[in-house]
Every structure is written in C-alpha cells, then in structure tokens.
Write a protein that binds this ligand. Sequence first.
Ligand SMILES: *[C@@H]1O[C@H](CO)[C@@H](O)[C@H](O)[C@H]1NC(C)=O
Ligand SMILES: *[C@@H]1O[C@H](CO)[C@@H](O)[C@H](O)[C@H]1NC(C)=O
Length: 354
Amino acid sequence: FHSETSDVHIFNICGKLLNIFWQKKRNVKNRTNVTVMLQDHPFSSSRNMTILLWHYPFGESVSMNGDACWDMYHIPHCRLVDQHSMFSSADVVVFHNRELIEGTQKLPTDQPRPRGQRWAWMSLEAPPHNGNLDPFANIFNITISYRRDADITVPYAELLPKEDEGRLVEDNLQEKTTLICWVVSNYKSHHKRSQVYSQLNAIVPVKVYGRWIQTPLDSSGLLPTISHCYFYLAFENSVSKDYITEKLWYNAYESGAVPVVLGASLSDYKAVAPPHSFIHVDEFASVRELANYLQELAKDKKRYAEYLTWKQHWKVKQNRDWTERLCKICAEFDSLPQHKVYSDLEAWDKTTSA
Ligand SMILES: *[C@@H]1O[C@H](CO)[C@@H](O)[C@H](O)[C@H]1NC(C)=O
Ligand SMILES: *[C@@H]1O[C@H](CO)[C@@H](O)[C@H](O)[C@H]1NC(C)=O
C-alpha cells in the first residue's frame, strides 16, 4: 500500500494550485455565512482557538503562515500552530495516524493534558491501512476522517452547485475511442477490484494504464487519456464505508468518463455523489450483466449522455489541503459534543455499518 500512498502525495501537491483557485472563489461567497457564525457563537468571536498539529502528515509541511484559516478559507479566530511548546495553550491537538502506528511519532502521554484540551485522531486512509488502534483506547476526543460519521468529516472532494448552467457535454463524445479504461499502480490479485477487473476483461477488453503494467500516466497525461474512454473503473483498493477517493472525484469526474465504481456501498455513493453520475458494480447480478450494460450504453449516445448531465448543475471541489482540514476543526468546534472519548478507537475505525 505504500505505492498507493505516494500517489496521494503527488496528488496533494498537484492539487495545491487548484485549491488556490477554489479558495479565491469561496472567499467571496462565504462572507455572509462567516458573519452569521460570528454572531451566533460568542465563544468563537471572543478569542482565537489554537489548533496544534503535533506532527506533519507524511512528513510534509503544512502551511500555517499568518492567519491561514482566515486568509485562505475565511474561517475566523483559528490559529494553527506546529510548535510543541504551544501544547499547554492548545485547544485541540491533532495527531495524524500514520506516524503514530509507524512509531516515528509518539503521543505526549508523559505530559499532563491541559484541562479541556481535546485530542484529535486524523486519518484519510481506509481501515485496512490504519493499523491496529487498540493502543489508542480512551485517548482521543475527536475523529477527523473522510467518514460521514466522523466528528470532522473531511471528504476527498465535495459537490458545489453551479451558479450558471453549464453547457451540455454531449459535444465531446466523438473523441471517445475506448470503451473501458483503468489506471492501477498497486495491483494485488486478492483485491476485490482485481477480481472484478479480470472477469470484466475476459468479456470486454479493458484498457489498462499505470505502474502495474509499466505505463504510468503523469499528472498531465492522466485526464486527457481517460477522457477518451467511455467508462473509467474508479475501483477503490479498499472496500470500506464511505471510502471514496480521487479515483471517482478527480480521475473520472474531471476527465469526462463515466465512472464504474467499486468500494463503498451503493448507498454510501448515493449519499455524496450526484444522482445518475456513476454505475455501481453492485447494481448488477453478475459481471457479465455489467459488461452488457456498458456495451449497450456506449452505443446509445443519448442514454450515455444522461450520465453526464449532472455537470450542468454541479461542480466538484477537490479537497487536498491539510490546512483546510485543520481549519475545519474551528469552523465546526461549537457543534462538537461537550464531552466525548473514543473508548475503543479500533472498533470505531473497523466498523462496517453506519
Ligand atoms: C487571533 O489571531 C490572529 C492571527 O494570528 C491575530 O492577528 C489576532 O490578534 C488574534 N486575536 C486574539 C483575540 O488573540
Ligand atoms: C478527552 O479525552 C480525555 C481522555 O479520555 C478525557 O479525560 C477528557 O475528559 C476528554 N475531554 C473532552 C472535552 O471530551
């Protein structure tokens, strides 16, 4: 899974530019919401909250310069710090899970925890990659994860309504040359996605790219390549609750290929993705039925285009910035429970139902 993780890194870096664009747009739009928040929550307006990031996720520094939450996201009174000397004055201390389970970073359990201080556990990885969390029982007060039932939900991306109706996307259908494409770096035959791929490929050819078959696509080649495909296999490496990554949000949605998804349940996808924007493997009794459906759909331009009409009303905001994730703690702090302890974080993480 290490190679899969490094993909996420590269992705995070690439996303920073895009994020700056989004931030500019949002700052203007959110101004009124921010004012309301200030009036409604006297606690937030009377002083700054201090969020201490104990160590950097994957060792990459996180931007905290100036009043980062305000400047970038218009979230007020939220001070991000990374100095351990700030421990005693931090309202929330955030621990990224990867370094804890690797043992390269340790919880400051030798220091008395200041009264009222909350400790947050943060991970954007699926449970199989989070390690054994048994040692972390009765330590954390807050979870930060892509999961919808986390205290702070930080999804890989989210939908925003479009202000102006976009054009119909039918025009570029002529450029489609390949029925089904898949990009895979980390191929493991025991993954459910590999089994579905093999069965599918035995019925209709799937064009594969990626490090697995020594045809890696760099970030500039990814979307143009996928755009020539009718369907993109947005197959997650983990079949886990709510685990829906950039494979759907970026690779498929941004390229214009219709995603065929595998991973979280159909209802998880329905909860966050636009209606009629994806095809879930579980909607078919067999891989053969799925293959037939895809072949028929590609021949019927009108029905195929119906899977793209959501783009007239929605745009996708890619969330790749750790700074934004940390600022979100302040934005949602007042709606967190007054008292909460994860007495069994391992059970919470490995839970499979909502
Ligand atoms: C809150 O933090 C900002 C940015 O660091 C600072 O300019 C401001 O003076 C602080 N306000 C209070 C009340 O401490
Ligand atoms: C946070 O967790 C600690 C450790 O279990 C607990 O002692 C403390 O009361 C909790 N704080 C809040 C605000 O829930």
